[in-house]
Write a protein of this length. Structure first.
Length: 276
Protein backbone atom coordinates (compact mmCIF):
# COMPACT_ATOMS: atom_id res chain seq x y z
CA UNK A 1 0.00 0.00 0.00
CA UNK A 2 1.31 3.45 -0.90
CA UNK A 3 0.68 6.69 1.00
CA UNK A 4 -2.44 7.66 -0.93
CA UNK A 5 -3.86 4.19 -0.59
CA UNK A 6 -3.33 4.44 3.16
CA UNK A 7 -5.23 7.73 3.36
CA UNK A 8 -8.05 6.34 1.19
CA UNK A 9 -8.35 3.34 3.50
CA UNK A 10 -8.45 5.57 6.58
CA UNK A 11 -11.01 7.99 5.14
CA UNK A 12 -12.93 6.10 2.44
CA UNK A 13 -15.80 8.59 2.21
CA UNK A 14 -13.67 11.74 2.00
CA UNK A 15 -12.40 13.83 -0.88
CA UNK A 16 -8.61 13.60 -0.96
CA UNK A 17 -6.20 16.06 -2.56
CA UNK A 18 -2.43 15.64 -2.53
CA UNK A 19 -0.62 18.82 -1.44
CA UNK A 20 3.02 17.75 -1.23
CA UNK A 21 4.91 14.79 -2.61
CA UNK A 22 8.39 14.92 -1.11
CA UNK A 23 9.74 12.38 1.35
CA UNK A 24 6.58 12.99 3.36
CA UNK A 25 3.24 12.92 1.56
CA UNK A 26 0.70 15.54 2.58
CA UNK A 27 -3.01 15.39 1.79
CA UNK A 28 -6.04 17.57 2.45
CA UNK A 29 -9.13 15.52 3.19
CA UNK A 30 -12.68 16.86 3.12
CA UNK A 31 -15.23 15.09 5.29
CA UNK A 32 -18.95 15.80 5.44
CA UNK A 33 -18.54 18.05 2.39
CA UNK A 34 -17.06 20.96 4.37
CA UNK A 35 -14.78 19.75 7.19
CA UNK A 36 -11.14 19.74 6.09
CA UNK A 37 -8.05 18.31 7.77
CA UNK A 38 -4.46 17.58 6.83
CA UNK A 39 -3.10 14.04 6.81
CA UNK A 40 0.67 13.67 6.65
CA UNK A 41 2.20 10.29 5.82
CA UNK A 42 5.83 9.60 6.79
CA UNK A 43 8.10 6.93 5.28
CA UNK A 44 10.06 6.75 8.55
CA UNK A 45 8.29 6.18 11.86
CA UNK A 46 10.72 8.36 13.82
CA UNK A 47 9.73 11.43 11.79
CA UNK A 48 6.10 11.12 12.79
CA UNK A 49 7.05 10.59 16.43
CA UNK A 50 9.21 13.74 16.44
CA UNK A 51 6.49 15.90 14.91
CA UNK A 52 3.77 14.39 17.07
CA UNK A 53 5.80 15.04 20.21
CA UNK A 54 6.55 18.65 19.22
CA UNK A 55 2.90 19.43 18.49
CA UNK A 56 1.74 17.80 21.71
CA UNK A 57 4.10 19.77 23.96
CA UNK A 58 3.35 23.02 22.09
CA UNK A 59 -0.43 22.56 22.39
CA UNK A 60 -1.95 25.88 23.41
CA UNK A 61 0.78 28.02 21.83
CA UNK A 62 -0.77 30.36 19.28
CA UNK A 63 -0.18 29.46 15.63
CA UNK A 64 0.59 25.76 16.12
CA UNK A 65 -1.39 22.95 14.38
CA UNK A 66 -3.67 20.76 16.48
CA UNK A 67 -3.39 16.96 16.33
CA UNK A 68 -6.64 15.12 15.55
CA UNK A 69 -5.38 11.55 15.24
CA UNK A 70 -2.32 9.47 14.40
CA UNK A 71 -1.29 5.90 13.78
CA UNK A 72 1.05 3.38 12.16
CA UNK A 73 0.36 1.11 9.18
CA UNK A 74 3.22 -1.24 8.31
CA UNK A 75 6.31 0.87 7.69
CA UNK A 76 4.32 4.09 7.32
CA UNK A 77 3.17 6.43 10.07
CA UNK A 78 0.50 9.10 9.69
CA UNK A 79 -0.67 12.18 11.51
CA UNK A 80 -4.02 13.93 11.08
CA UNK A 81 -4.02 17.58 12.09
CA UNK A 82 -5.93 20.83 11.71
CA UNK A 83 -5.98 22.43 8.26
CA UNK A 84 -3.94 25.65 8.46
CA UNK A 85 -4.92 26.93 5.01
CA UNK A 86 -4.04 26.87 1.34
CA UNK A 87 -1.43 29.63 1.06
CA UNK A 88 1.89 30.53 2.64
CA UNK A 89 3.90 33.69 3.21
CA UNK A 90 6.36 32.77 0.46
CA UNK A 91 3.72 32.53 -2.26
CA UNK A 92 1.26 35.24 -1.20
CA UNK A 93 1.70 38.90 -2.11
CA UNK A 94 3.53 40.71 0.67
CA UNK A 95 1.33 41.39 3.68
CA UNK A 96 3.23 43.06 6.51
CA UNK A 97 0.48 42.44 9.06
CA UNK A 98 0.60 38.68 8.49
CA UNK A 99 4.40 38.69 8.52
CA UNK A 100 4.28 40.49 11.86
CA UNK A 101 1.91 37.76 13.09
CA UNK A 102 4.49 35.18 12.00
CA UNK A 103 7.08 36.90 14.18
CA UNK A 104 4.70 36.76 17.16
CA UNK A 105 4.19 33.04 16.64
CA UNK A 106 7.92 32.33 16.65
CA UNK A 107 8.38 34.43 19.79
CA UNK A 108 5.56 32.47 21.45
CA UNK A 109 7.31 29.19 20.65
CA UNK A 110 10.62 30.47 22.00
CA UNK A 111 8.95 31.82 25.14
CA UNK A 112 7.22 28.53 25.91
CA UNK A 113 8.99 26.11 28.21
CA UNK A 114 7.96 23.11 26.15
CA UNK A 115 10.14 20.01 26.35
CA UNK A 116 10.19 19.94 22.59
CA UNK A 117 12.79 17.21 22.21
CA UNK A 118 13.64 14.00 23.99
CA UNK A 119 17.20 14.05 22.71
CA UNK A 120 19.98 13.86 25.28
CA UNK A 121 21.89 16.68 23.59
CA UNK A 122 20.75 20.15 22.61
CA UNK A 123 22.19 22.77 20.28
CA UNK A 124 24.06 25.16 22.57
CA UNK A 125 26.66 27.92 22.14
CA UNK A 126 29.54 25.45 22.20
CA UNK A 127 27.94 23.40 19.43
CA UNK A 128 27.26 26.52 17.34
CA UNK A 129 30.88 27.69 17.60
CA UNK A 130 32.31 24.29 16.67
CA UNK A 131 29.84 23.67 13.87
CA UNK A 132 30.24 27.14 12.37
CA UNK A 133 34.00 26.65 11.97
CA UNK A 134 33.50 23.14 10.61
CA UNK A 135 30.99 24.35 8.00
CA UNK A 136 33.26 27.17 6.78
CA UNK A 137 36.26 24.84 6.52
CA UNK A 138 34.30 22.14 4.66
CA UNK A 139 32.83 24.72 2.29
CA UNK A 140 36.36 25.57 1.20
CA UNK A 141 36.47 22.33 -0.81
CA UNK A 142 33.66 23.59 -3.04
CA UNK A 143 34.40 27.31 -3.32
CA UNK A 144 35.46 27.10 -6.97
CA UNK A 145 32.14 25.49 -7.87
CA UNK A 146 30.45 28.52 -6.37
CA UNK A 147 32.89 30.99 -7.90
CA UNK A 148 33.74 32.26 -4.44
CA UNK A 149 36.91 34.09 -3.47
CA UNK A 150 39.04 32.33 -0.84
CA UNK A 151 39.29 35.64 1.01
CA UNK A 152 35.59 35.39 1.87
CA UNK A 153 36.05 32.10 3.69
CA UNK A 154 39.23 33.32 5.38
CA UNK A 155 37.34 36.36 6.63
CA UNK A 156 34.46 34.17 7.79
CA UNK A 157 36.86 32.43 10.16
CA UNK A 158 38.19 35.75 11.45
CA UNK A 159 34.93 37.53 12.27
CA UNK A 160 33.17 37.09 15.59
CA UNK A 161 31.28 33.78 15.25
CA UNK A 162 27.53 33.55 15.88
CA UNK A 163 26.77 34.33 19.52
CA UNK A 164 24.16 32.03 21.01
CA UNK A 165 22.13 32.39 24.19
CA UNK A 166 20.56 29.54 26.14
CA UNK A 167 18.62 27.00 24.04
CA UNK A 168 14.83 27.33 23.81
CA UNK A 169 12.12 25.32 22.01
CA UNK A 170 12.88 25.96 18.32
CA UNK A 171 11.40 25.12 14.93
CA UNK A 172 14.87 25.17 13.23
CA UNK A 173 13.45 25.90 9.73
CA UNK A 174 11.04 28.85 10.04
CA UNK A 175 11.17 29.83 6.37
CA UNK A 176 8.39 31.99 4.85
CA UNK A 177 6.98 28.87 3.16
CA UNK A 178 6.43 27.23 6.57
CA UNK A 179 4.00 29.95 7.66
CA UNK A 180 0.63 28.85 6.28
CA UNK A 181 -2.26 31.31 5.89
CA UNK A 182 -5.98 30.53 6.08
CA UNK A 183 -8.84 32.29 4.32
CA UNK A 184 -9.37 34.23 7.55
CA UNK A 185 -5.73 35.42 7.41
CA UNK A 186 -4.78 33.28 10.40
CA UNK A 187 -1.10 32.30 10.30
CA UNK A 188 0.15 28.85 11.38
CA UNK A 189 3.72 27.54 11.56
CA UNK A 190 3.91 23.97 10.21
CA UNK A 191 6.42 21.12 9.77
CA UNK A 192 7.77 20.37 13.24
CA UNK A 193 9.64 17.11 12.71
CA UNK A 194 13.04 18.81 13.06
CA UNK A 195 12.16 20.83 16.16
CA UNK A 196 14.64 20.80 19.02
CA UNK A 197 16.20 22.96 21.73
CA UNK A 198 18.35 25.57 20.06
CA UNK A 199 19.51 29.18 20.57
CA UNK A 200 16.63 31.53 19.65
CA UNK A 201 19.02 33.56 17.49
CA UNK A 202 19.20 30.70 15.00
CA UNK A 203 15.46 30.65 14.25
CA UNK A 204 15.12 34.44 14.40
CA UNK A 205 17.99 35.28 12.06
CA UNK A 206 17.04 32.59 9.56
CA UNK A 207 13.47 33.89 9.38
CA UNK A 208 14.48 37.56 9.17
CA UNK A 209 17.09 36.85 6.49
CA UNK A 210 14.69 34.80 4.36
CA UNK A 211 11.86 37.33 4.64
CA UNK A 212 14.30 40.08 3.62
CA UNK A 213 15.42 37.99 0.65
CA UNK A 214 11.94 37.08 -0.57
CA UNK A 215 9.89 40.14 0.44
CA UNK A 216 12.28 42.99 1.18
CA UNK A 217 13.65 44.79 4.21
CA UNK A 218 10.23 46.10 5.25
CA UNK A 219 9.05 42.49 5.58
CA UNK A 220 12.10 41.66 7.69
CA UNK A 221 11.31 44.68 9.87
CA UNK A 222 7.69 43.52 10.25
CA UNK A 223 8.86 40.09 11.40
CA UNK A 224 11.22 41.70 13.92
CA UNK A 225 8.34 43.85 15.22
CA UNK A 226 6.21 40.78 15.73
CA UNK A 227 9.03 38.95 17.46
CA UNK A 228 9.69 42.04 19.62
CA UNK A 229 13.42 41.53 20.02
CA UNK A 230 16.46 42.90 18.25
CA UNK A 231 19.98 41.69 17.59
CA UNK A 232 23.03 43.91 17.09
CA UNK A 233 23.95 44.09 13.41
CA UNK A 234 27.25 42.29 14.02
CA UNK A 235 25.46 39.33 15.61
CA UNK A 236 22.90 39.22 12.82
CA UNK A 237 25.58 39.22 10.10
CA UNK A 238 27.50 36.30 11.59
CA UNK A 239 24.32 34.22 11.84
CA UNK A 240 23.46 35.00 8.20
CA UNK A 241 26.96 33.88 7.23
CA UNK A 242 26.36 30.64 9.13
CA UNK A 243 22.96 30.00 7.50
CA UNK A 244 24.20 30.81 3.99
CA UNK A 245 27.28 28.63 4.39
CA UNK A 246 25.21 25.70 5.65
CA UNK A 247 22.83 25.95 2.69
CA UNK A 248 25.73 26.08 0.24
CA UNK A 249 27.49 23.15 1.85
CA UNK A 250 24.33 21.05 1.86
CA UNK A 251 23.75 21.78 -1.83
CA UNK A 252 27.36 20.96 -2.74
CA UNK A 253 27.46 17.72 -0.77
CA UNK A 254 24.07 16.45 -1.90
CA UNK A 255 23.87 17.50 -5.54
CA UNK A 256 25.97 16.01 -8.32
CA UNK A 257 27.05 18.14 -11.23
CA UNK A 258 25.47 21.58 -11.59
CA UNK A 259 24.33 23.39 -8.49
CA UNK A 260 21.90 25.73 -10.17
CA UNK A 261 21.92 29.43 -9.48
CA UNK A 262 22.96 29.83 -5.87
CA UNK A 263 24.78 33.10 -6.44
CA UNK A 264 22.46 34.84 -3.97
CA UNK A 265 23.94 32.66 -1.21
CA UNK A 266 27.46 33.60 -2.27
CA UNK A 267 26.45 37.27 -2.30
CA UNK A 268 24.81 37.10 1.13
CA UNK A 269 27.75 35.23 2.66
CA UNK A 270 30.18 37.73 1.13
CA UNK A 271 28.20 40.73 2.39
CA UNK A 272 27.83 39.21 5.84
CA UNK A 273 31.54 38.68 6.39
CA UNK A 274 33.09 41.43 4.24
CA UNK A 275 30.51 44.16 4.86
CA UNK A 276 28.12 45.75 2.38
Amino acid sequence: MDARGLVESLYPNSRIRELAAGANKVYRITENETDTSIVKVYPVLSREKREQHALEVLAGVDGIPTIHNHGVEGEMAWLKMSDAGSWNLASLPKNLEMIESAGKILRGVHSSRAEITDLALEIDSEHVLSHYRSVINRLGRFRRRFGMDKAVLDKALEIEPPLATDPVPSHTRPLPSKFIVSEENRVTLVDWEWATLSPPESDLTLAVWQFATSNGEDAAAAFRRGYAAELPESRYRSWVAYHAAMMMLEAAEVRDGRLGDLSYLVDDLTEAVMGG
